[in-house]
Design a protein around this ligand. Sequence first.
Ligand code: FE2
Length: 312
Amino acid sequence: MGKISPLFGGAKLVCVITSDNHIDVKHPVPKVPMWFLTQSLKDSAKAAVPVDAYITVGDTTSRGSIENWELVRKCFRGVRPAENIFLTVGNHDLWHDGGFDAALNNYLLYSNKICGTNHDKTWFSHTVNGYKLIFLGNTEDAGCEAHLGEAQLAWLDAELTETGGKPAFVFCHQSLNGRHGLPVTWDRSGTCTDPMEGGVGTESDELAEILKKYPKVFYFSGHSHMGLGGEKRMAEDGYSSFEKEGSLTLINLPSLACGNHHGDDRSMGIGLVLEVYDDRVLIRPRNFATHTMNSRVLIKDGKPYWEELLDA
Ligand SMILES: [Fe+2]
């Protein structure tokens, strides 16, 4: 147990990242997911160094209703987890009995209130400490898939040309198709065989092509509620929560508060701490409920975290 603390001195950017918080008035005990979210916020607020950004990778709510967003706001009330807060939109956030537009309005209204931003759409970018953080989001109801559209993909392509040679961090609720064990890891049963399931969907190849054009891109997703998997999972089953394709690093987050399957650590309360240094990027799993960094799951080179050196 202990405070969030960068592994090395001189970190240029520190972010706390969680996903799939699933705040829901219809949860059997709504205070359960609220408790996990609150724990992560407080843990971030009490870090040994100021955290630059607290980020969620979608499905902050189980449905994008006013009632659910009010509970989210309640969790954030009185606690400032970081200098910046960004909430990526997820498919669940855009589901609402009143339809897509009502859910979209609720997401924009509440995420702007909580984050202190003024976004008018689900896709946006911010530069924090000189590092580009890019957030992708659906432009229409696409079920479980991502539907980003040509305008957003062209915008992403342009954004990635403006990183000043530094690593760029992209957040999108859905992972690329077929990564992180998909489609088998799409659900608890492990029986899904449709290669499109559980990922971005029809735009996956086009998105991958853009991401791979540029050096040092880190792509964070959630969505499948796969537990934390590392080297053992890769050796035995050919997938991990951390995967590398050329210059592109792919990271899939477990659900913070909704239960996980398929990983080596399926605990609730797991998210990530991103630490960016001049010469390397560290991505360190943390259990925000127990206030401990991961030591159980070996991620890369026998270490319990992902470390990537940034060659000149
Ligand atoms: Fe989810």
